[in-house]
Design a binder for this molecule. Structure first.
Ligand code: DAH
Length: 344
């Protein structure tokens, strides 16, 4: 008589060691046991048959357990925080070493670095503000029609003045705070020189040139005897550094409540001599708004406009970066699409 218990131990060990455990059921030893049942006489057959069946059942259970173990181990580890398309046939995980900075983050660092070399400190904006900073301190009194030029997102909650709070629609919302923060420097004979590159929000109809969330860089410079020539020279220098080539600039009169006079600032297309797609064949690109800071804005920050003057500017960063890299749709920036991001 074969030693069924010994065989069961051997087969179970084989199951545990196997990468294809169900194969063990086809072992010749098992076939031989079944063949043997028929050769036994009736008195032994029932009991022996039952023991063989029990052996088979036990092996089957071991196989199921082993298979579960194999299935578990073979699953690829899933990082639930990884950005990936869960509907893709084969979701590809983003290896950490291939991560990269968002192009806007990188370009903002570059902008800060260029202005830093010109003596400007970098300040941050905020994601919620009040109407005083967004409008009033910038010489938009209550009911001023130019408030409507900003498609402003407002909250249901109101501030102390019972007015809705605002998701800032321009980085100019930081002008008053920046002037107040650095006001003391003026008395020590130093200039106030700051940029604020940060996120802004507008309730826009979205298309290739308009996003509800985008970036601006605000510039503020105040000292004794500041004039518009310094504004033009500063912006021209910045743009030439940023695009790495010499540019011509053009200044046209414009209107903003917080500057007087106000200008619209254009640069010669950095990419062509005779017209191209980037400049819509015009050779000029209207890039930003700027001007001499309005006396009321200085007064709101307790700075005497009889003694000090200054310039300010506000430039869309997305546009600047799109032109630099030939990006055709502003919505790529907020899309979180790896195909786009991995190009940087
Ligand atoms: N805040 C303006 C806007 O978003 C841009 C701007 C224009 C900012 C002129 C300035 C400025 O500081 O002087 O439309």
């Amino acid at each position: 008589m074969p030693d069924i218990e010994l065989l069961e131990r051997q087969l179970t060990a084989r199951v545990h060691a196997s990468a294809q455990p169900s194969e063990v059921l086809r072992a010749p030893e098992i076939r031989q046991l079944y063949a043997q049942i028929r050769t036994l006489d009736a008195s032994q057959r029932a009991e022996f048959g039952a023991r063989v069946n029990a052996l088979k059942l036990s092996i089957e259970q071991a196989i199921a357990a082993r298979q579960a173990e194999l299935d578990y181990v073979e699953l690829p580890p899933i990082d639930v925080t990884a950005p990936m398309d869960v509907n893709a046939a084969l979701p590809a995980l983003l290896p950490a070493e291939q991560g990269s900075q968002h192009p806007l983050t990188r370009e903002i660092a570059r902008i800060s670095e260029i202005f830093g070399r010109m003596g400007f400190v970098t300040e941050q904006s905020r994601e919620i503000d009040d109407q005083y900073h967004m409008f009033e301190s910038l010489n938009f009194p209550k009911g001023h029609p130019a408030r409507d030029d900003y498609d402003t997102f407002m909250t249901v909650e109101t501030d102390r003045e019972q007015e809705p709070l605002i998701a800032p629609a321009h980085t100019s919302t930081m002008q008053n705070r920046t002037l107040v923060k650095y006001r003391d420097q003026l008395e020590r004979g130093e200039a106030i020189a700051a940029i604020v590159p940060d996120r802004v929000f507008r309730n826009e109809d979205l298309d290739a040139r308009h996003e509800h969330t985008f970036y601006q860089v605000e510039g503020i410079y105040v000292a004794r005897g500041v004039h518009a020539g310094m504004l033009v020279a500063t912006l021209k220098k910045f743009l030439e550094e940023y695009y790495g080539r010499q540019l011509e600039v053009r200044v046209n009169p414009f209107y903003f409540p917080f500057t007087e006079p106000s200008f619209e600032f254009a640069l010669s297309c950095p990419f062509c001599e005779h017209g191209c797609n980037v400049c819509s064949q015009s050779k000029w690109i209207e890039l930003l708004g700027c001007g001499m800071i309005h006396p009321n804005v200085l007064r709101a920050a307790d700075i005497d406009p009889e003694v000090y003057t200054g310039f300010a500017f506000g430039c869309g960063i997305d546009r600047l970066v799109m032109m630099k890299y030939g990006i055709e749709d502003v919505r790529h920036f907020e899309s979180a699409k790896l195909d786009f991001l991995r190009q940087f």
